[in-house]
Design a protein around this ligand. Structure first.
Ligand code: ARG
Length: 459
């Protein structure tokens, strides 16, 4: 295919250089945004008297034809084209002749590419937001079933205090809620800065109406500086960072599911349809999906680092290095979508094993804080109570006992304010039920969290 810029050159581009330079094999996925952008541009040119009504009509007809033919499969992308923008323009000219050559008046590929990625990402964010909502729904539904399922809560991966399973997984519900908000924030900033009409970098001598064109494309405003308009990729970095955060949350959750499904924990069992076997060990049931989600997190972090590194030394305005933004961001979009999509059904089909959680919670003195609080309620300062309970725990460890099996007489040897009611205070059920503070593991707070997510989900 002849290059559009061929006029200035005496020799054709070397084949290997041409392949190296070309981005059609990855930017063709933005064909729809590219065509929609061009349609709006043609109307703006006609409204401003830059092209005639007939020319605009021909352009619209040509572009709709190209869009329909790509979607039906009748038109294949020409892999010899330099990029999607050149492909669409040359196909248009092939179809409608001279009017097609007028489309590129008062715009450049630099502004076009910045526009196309924005529009592409806005729609992908909508989809990812929807997938995250499905995940939050699965978390909410699981939490509803486990409001009174007791498990050990951990710090430093050491049993710390009893909590409910609902409370534990709702923590992830809160994280994914913030992730959705982060996507919304990034999209809001994209909305405000439509780049089309920057005209490579300095603006144009034509009397264009960028505001109108931006509104037509659904933006709330235009980039106020044409150099910034074509050079800005912060929106990609910002989104990549939001994607990295989603992956980090998914990865932590995956790690817990991997631990919980081990024989050492056995708190959950993953459904057969989301686990795999081993080629040699017949007993194995491996949590591959969760492991892959954890593994792919590194890849999305890599995408973020790659783009930050690509941008860091670039002088203004556009440089070809910026073509590298797309592979990073597309890879991150695809990876996040795949990971959230697999994680949700894996979680929804996961079997929870409450007896195992309870029996693990019964070991490890996770009610020691509650025993100290008991003494505080009897008038002891917390530090003193803490020390007494520490001594009782040491005594238990030496004698193979747990706090529930120490006799009242023995308790009285440690402190005579201990009474029979201490046993009720340290039952795991009481420990959980009495955690009535806002945001705690008590049932009221858990219900409030479920309500919060239900409101967000609008169902
Ligand atoms: N394919 C290019 C990219 O993705 C489009 C912009 C090209 N602009 C240019 N002046 N060569 O960045």
């Amino acid at each position: 295919m002849d290059k559009m810029w061929a006029g200035r050159f005496e020799k054709a581009l070397d084949k290997q250089a041409d392949d190296f330079n070309s981005s059609i094999h990855f930017d063709s996925r933005m064909y729809k945004q590219d065509i929609i952008g061009s349609m709006a541009h043609a109307i703006m040119l006609r409204r401003q008297g830059i092209i005639s009504e007939t020319e605009e009509k021909e352009i619209q007809k040509g572009l709709s034809g190209i869009l329909a033919d790509i979607e039906s499969g009748d038109l294949q992308f020409d892999m010899n084209a330099e990029d999607i923008h050149m492909f669409v323009e040359s196909e248009l000219t092939k179809r409608i002749g001279d009017a097609g050559k007028k489309l590129h008046t008062a715009r450049s590929r630099n502004d076009q590419v910045a526009l196309d990625i924005r529009m592409y990402l806005m729609s992908e964010c909508e989809e990812i937001g929807g997938l995250l909502k499905d995940l939050i729904r699965a978390i909410r539904d699981l939490a509803k079933k486990h409001k009174t399922t007791i498990m050990p809560g951990y710090t430093h991966l050491q049993r710390a205090q009893p909590i409910t399973f609902a409370h534990h997984i709702l923590a992830y519900g809160m994280m994914f809620t913030r992730d959705i908000n982060r996507l919304g924030d990034a999209v809001k900033r994209m909305y405000e800065s439509c780049s089309i009409g920057s005209c490579a970098l300095a603006g144009t001598t034509y009397d264009t109406d960028r505001e109108w064109e931006a509104k037509r494309l659904g933006f709330s405003g235009i980039s106020l500086n044409s150099i910034d308009g074509v050079s800005d990729r912060d929106f990609c970095v910002e989104l990549l960072s939001a994607y990295a955060m989603i992956m980090m949350h998914l990865s932590r959750f995956s790690e817990e599911i991997i631990l919980w499904s081990s024989w050492e924990f056995k708190f959950v069992e993953l459904d057969d349809s989301y686990t795999t076997g081993s080629s040699i060990m017949p007993q194995k049931k491996n949590p591959d999906m969760a492991e892959l989600v954890r593994g792919k997190t590194g890849r999305v972090y890599g995408d973020l680092m790659a783009l930050l590194t690509t941008l860091k030394g670039l002088p203004l305005a556009y440089n070809k290095d910026m073509q590298e933004d797309k592979e990073a961001i597309f890879d991150a979009v695809d990876t996040v979508k795949k990971c959230v999509s697999i994680f949700t059904p894996m979680l929804a089909t996961m079997k929870v094993l409450p007896e195992n959680m309870l029996s693990a919670a019964g070991k490890g003195f996770i009610n020691a804080t509650d025993l100290a609080d008991y003494l505080v309620k009897k008038g002891k300062p917390f530090r003193t109570a803490y020390k007494i309970v520490g001594e009782i725990v040491a005594y238990c460890i030496q004698n193979g006992l747990i706090l529930e099996t120490v006799s009242l007489d023995k308790y009285k040897e440690f402190d005579d304010s201990f009474e029979k009611d201490l046993y009720g205070e340290i039952s795991l059920k009481t420990c959980v039920e009495k955690r009535i503070s806002a945001g705690g593991t008590g049932e009221k707070s858990v219900e409030k969290q479920i309500e919060f997510l239900t409101e967000l989900l609008n169902d």
